[in-house]
Design a protein around this ligand. Sequence first.
Ligand code: DGI
Ligand code: FE
Ligand code: FE
Length: 404
Amino acid sequence: MKKIGIFGGSFDPVHLGHTRIAESALNELNLDKVIIIPAADPPHKKGKLSLDAHSRISMLHKAIEGKKGLEISTMEIKRGGVSYSYLTVEELRKVYPEDELYFIIGYDSLIDFKEWKNPDYIASECILAVAIRGNEPDDDLNKMSDDIRASYGADIKYLKCPWTNISSHKIRECFKNGNIDEIREYMDKNVIKMIEDNGYYKEQQKKTIFENNTSYYVNLEEKLKEKLDVQRYAHTLGVAYTATALAMRYEQSVDDAMLAGLLHDCAKCNSDNENIKLLEDRGLEITEAEYKNAQLVHAKAGAVLAKEEYGVDDENILAAIRTHTTGAPGMTMLQKIIYVADYIEPARTKPKHLDELRKIAFTDLDAAVALILKSTLEYLKKTKKPIDPTTQETFEYYDTIRFE
Ligand code: DGI
Ligand code: FE
Ligand code: FE
């Protein structure tokens, strides 16, 4: 018989309070493993979670790197809808019919345990492992536990790990306001780096294209028209407007999508040597794969030009341009939007399954990313073109997250 810990939450973002509870449960209760289960995005995204599921998962992967006995499950995300815990327990009970399940929660969640859906089922299938504040439960907690024991015959065990006095809400506020030093000690440093690199939790700058920025976009389009050939310019507009539509669908900044879409191929009509020199002059890395397929370099060169010639300094927009050809593991929403828009925009005629893919792009962006990578890899293999390791890694990343 195995002992399996179940630890659900939004993890928006994950912090040391979470990982300490998971590790304490593992050690104090001698569990075989703890399955960390990030909740799905709420169906109508009532502003409750501020980051999409895959960004939250990417942070979790960083946070548990090298920690034995902890694993991440995407079952609630794949199930979608409201992430009711009893459904998760039901699913896990099928996977572990004979084993002991430990449902791990913080003492603060125990307070409204009775308000959950089907608490009796959870209590009948699982031992409740409650992370308490301090070494002993206080009177209030004892009373509450007695009540839950009496109501559901629950078996409640206490975890003695020191309570970490931090909340994800507080962390989001600090990233929004740039007060990162306040929360540094409560977070894994790689997770902090990931949040900073992606600009997660930053307030979106509100620019409205069609009121204030009309002339900016008109000028930009005119400049691009000079730099690109006729087809590339038509493709560029197609990507920009497809990207804005996807941004509307996925509640992202329409302006950022417009700008990234317009600029994504701004270096495409340069010669390969010109683009290579552009990067070399700035000491930027060109990988072996890129030297072999110099066409790939237009993406990185595009990001350089976007910054230097078109004055874009938003790192998320630059990243979307930089990764638009190969993709990258753990892309931001904007990166995924540009990656997909590039492939499905109206002027594209290949491949055969394009109509289907266009629909999927508007229902499941991650599935669209995975499918595009799959058919790109098939095409590259068929035409015996060298495959950039990043393309392969990105495919594996989205394929496992999505379909594991
Ligand atoms: O610039 P676009 O034509 O709009 O589109 P893009 O920047 O996505 O480039 C598309 C081309 O890039 C397409 O022919 C497939 C190719 N590509 C993507 N990943 C790889 C690759 N080519 C090679 N050789 N290796 C890759 O890993
Ligand atoms: Fe391109
Ligand atoms: Fe393109």
